[in-house]
Design a protein around this ligand. Structure first.
Ligand code: SPV
Ligand code: MG
Length: 671
């Protein structure tokens, strides 16, 4: 690709402004001349070959171009009769340099926005810039357009015409035809044919293949006189002050991001919204870098004017505060879960006259690899263990879902629900004694030994990254519990919950139907203290579970235990109930919170399942555990399938309730 810039004209209409240098060197902003702006854009686009025709002040022009020190190879061609001919003859003079290549042709007094130039460069066919937003100019170029193609270009056409500017992209064959016509004009011996526009030669070509490229109301204008200069300079100032907004959630910047930022920065002052940690966690994964570091990362990228926090997936708050003229995004949100966010952005923008610019979204393969590396990083014991405390600090209230195998772990890890432009997923996993035992066909009576329970954790850990809360039953003998704590901590488990029972433990949901003994407060406090002393990192949490309400020992007993266990060092208190009515849970939380506002409270709403997470949060609950729903839904489905096959003597009938194999395979990622 070559660029031809026509700079042989005298520019006499500029008056004293062109008394010492050619028009293209006219200053248009604090930092640019017409030419420096053009050349910088050309260099930024990665084009290096420029042919520049010159005339008056040619040595001034050459020195100026060299002083710009841009990575360009500029060939200067002087039109020796610049004062007696028009640019058709300048092109003719340069013909030997105009290689067999696609070209960008522009007049040297043309000022245009970056995006107009981008569109011209991206055009797959030959094109000329026109505007559907401008009125037909009296004296300047107009293009006659029929059947979507440019038929004629000149100042004399008004029918079927659009305002046009001499900025072209010409594919090799189309350019060759035009150049041949120019050569024929200039060699015809007719003086007039050296003084006319090059477009007069273009108009004679029958089978032109140039399409109009509509720059609408964007800046693309020639400067012919001081009035034009004032208008263009004002527009440039406006463009420079335009606010552009983009939002990022990433903690790994790759070349695709940089290219997008570079593009967006060319539209004005680029403000980047960095998504808060909480917002990232809600729809993606735990960020490897916290918000402050991600913010600093963007602040140090060239072209970024300012970085702000975006607290939610919704742009609304930031758009209403910042009122950016333009929002930039990849076109990937036109459909899919981000569509409601996009719809909201377009309506907020419409409310104050902002606009949305979307660039084709390209998923970088490199990113896939980085993403999988970051996932494995997140699954390392140290990273995983600490994330429960972090999630609690970040969100206040978190959710955990039961997992009892690698497969159920993957379901907890990957299930996402999109609503109102946001996304919801579980924060952690609960390795339940009930479900772990049930999966092994055993009763929930601490029969499945710790080695087997650790094996389950290991299976889950191998394929997931979310923090794990382990159901430690009674914790066993204090002498054994300290070893369990160390093992769990080493594995990367974030929290163990032990219940204040002693002797043969049975599942709490049996309540008083079976004989169960609650541990004495001092004994259980001792177990907590021993566990806390045994752990090696500050991340690991020991939660004390109170069975007083299950065993009908009363609210006072539950509260006495809660305060004693917290005093003994418990990092959290779990209060359990098997009543459908949440009243006793609410009463406990209220009374506990009246004296202790910080120790996290955990609930397992299997029975009192009408309460929403939002209400729990409002009442001061910090962890909501869905303790057994995957087991309880999976098990009947399996039973049903088994029955169906027996009833029908074949498997066809149960196909409808089976997950297709391709979906199962998709659920399990390959490394
Ligand atoms: C479990 O899931 O194993 C529990 C909770 O301990 S509950 O079954 O409600 O007792
Ligand atoms: Mg249990």
């Amino acid at each position: 690709m070559q660029v031809i810039i026509l700079n042989s004209g005298l520019g006499t209409r500029m008056g004293s402004l062109t008394s010492e240098h050619p028009k293209c060197m006219t200053v248009i902003s604090a930092t640019e001349t017409i030419l420096s702006r053009q050349l910088k854009m050309i260099a930024d686009a990665g084009i290096s070959e420029v042919i520049m025709t010159t005339g008056a002040f040619d040595s001034v022009l050459v020195n100026y171009c060299n002083s710009l020190d841009l990575p360009l190879h500029v060939t200067f061609v002087k039109n020796p009769v610049y004062d007696k001919t028009n640019y058709i003859y300048s092109i003719y003079c340069a013909k030997e340099y105009l290689k067999d290549d696609d070209v960008i042709l522009m007049h040297g007094d043309l000022v245009f926005e970056n995006t107009v130039f981008d569109d011209v460069l991206a055009s797959e066919t030959s094109c000329m810039t026109v505007s559907s937003a401008l009125e037909l100019p009296e004296k300047d170029f107009k293009a006659v357009i029929t059947d979507g193609k440019i038929q004629k270009v000149g100042i004399e056409f008004f029918n079927d015409a659009m305002a046009a500017q001499p900025l072209y992209k010409l594919l090799k064959d189309d350019w060759r035809k035009w150049l041949d016509a120019i050569i024929a004009f200039c060699e015809s011996g007719d003086e007039k044919k050296r003084k006319c526009y090059a477009e007069n030669a273009l108009n004679e070509i029958e089978d032109k293949n140039i399409v109009p490229l509509d720059f609408t109301d964007r800046l693309c204008a020639e400067i012919d006189n001081p009035e034009d200069l004032a208008v263009v300079s004002a527009r440039l100032k406006e463009i420079e002050n335009r606010k552009v907004y983009m939002c990022f959630s990433t903690d790994m910047i790759h070349s695709g991001h940089i290219a997008l930022i570079k593009k967006a920065a060319r539209l004005g002052k680029l403000i980047i919204g960095v998504l808060s940690d909480e917002a990232v966690v809600s729809y993606k994964r735990f960020p490897l870098l916290p918000f402050t570091e991600r913010k600093a990362m963007f602040e140090n990228i060239v072209g970024v004017y300012k970085v702000v926090e975006q607290k939610t997936l919704s742009y609304k708050e930031n758009l209403e505060t910042l009122k950016p003229d333009i929002v930039v995004h990849g076109d990937d949100w036109v459909s899919g879960f981000q569509k409601p966010i996009r719809d909201e952005v377009t309506s907020v923008l419409a409310s104050y006259g902002g606009r949305l610019v979307e660039y084709p979204y390209s998923y970088d393969e490199k990113y896939k690899e980085l993403e999988s590396r970051s996932r494995s990083e997140l699954s390392t014991p140290d990273m995983r263990r600490s994330r429960l405390r972090k999630a609690l600090a970040m969100k206040g209230t978190i959710t955990a879902m039961e997992a009892h195998s690698g497969l159920t772990g993957l379901i907890v890890e990957n299930t996402v629900v999109y609503e109102n432009g946001g996304a919801r997923q579980f924060d952690a996993m609960w390795v339940s004694s009930l479900c772990d035992s049930t999966a092994k066909g055993k009763p929930d009576i601490e029969l499945v030994d710790m080695s087997s329970r650790f094996r389950t954790i290991d299976d889950i850990m191998e394929v997931t990254t979310k923090p794990i809360i382990f159901d430690g039953d009674t914790g066993g003998l204090t002498e054994h519990f300290v070893y369990t704590v160390r093992t769990l901590e080493r594995m990367g488990v974030s929290m163990v919950i032990i219940e204040d029972k002693t002797g043969l433990k049975k599942n709490s949901l049996f309540g008083t139907e079976v004989k169960q003994t609650q541990a004495a407060i001092p004994d259980f406090c001792e177990k907590i203290r021993a566990g806390k002393k045994a752990q090696k990192t500050p991340d690991f949490m020991i939660c004390a579970r109170i069975e007083s309400l299950i065993l009908e020992q009363g609210m006072d007993d539950a509260l006495e235990r809660a305060f004693a266990f917290a005093e003994a060092g418990a990092d959290a208190i779990m209060i359990h109930s098997r009543k459908k009515d949440p009243a006793e849970i609410f009463e406990f939380v209220e009374k506990f919170r009246a004296k202790d506002s910080t120790t996290p409270v955990v609930v397992v709403p299997t029975s009192f399942n009408t309460v929403t997470e939002e209400e729990f949060k409002e009442r001061g609950v910090n962890i909501v555990i869905y303790a057994n729903q995957l087991t309880r839904t999976g098990f009947p489905a399996m039973q049903n399938a088994a029955k169906m096959i027996l009833e029908h003597h074949r498997a066809k009938e149960c196909d409808d309730i089976c997950m297709p194999f391709k979906d199962i395979i998709r659920l399990i990622p390959e490394e």
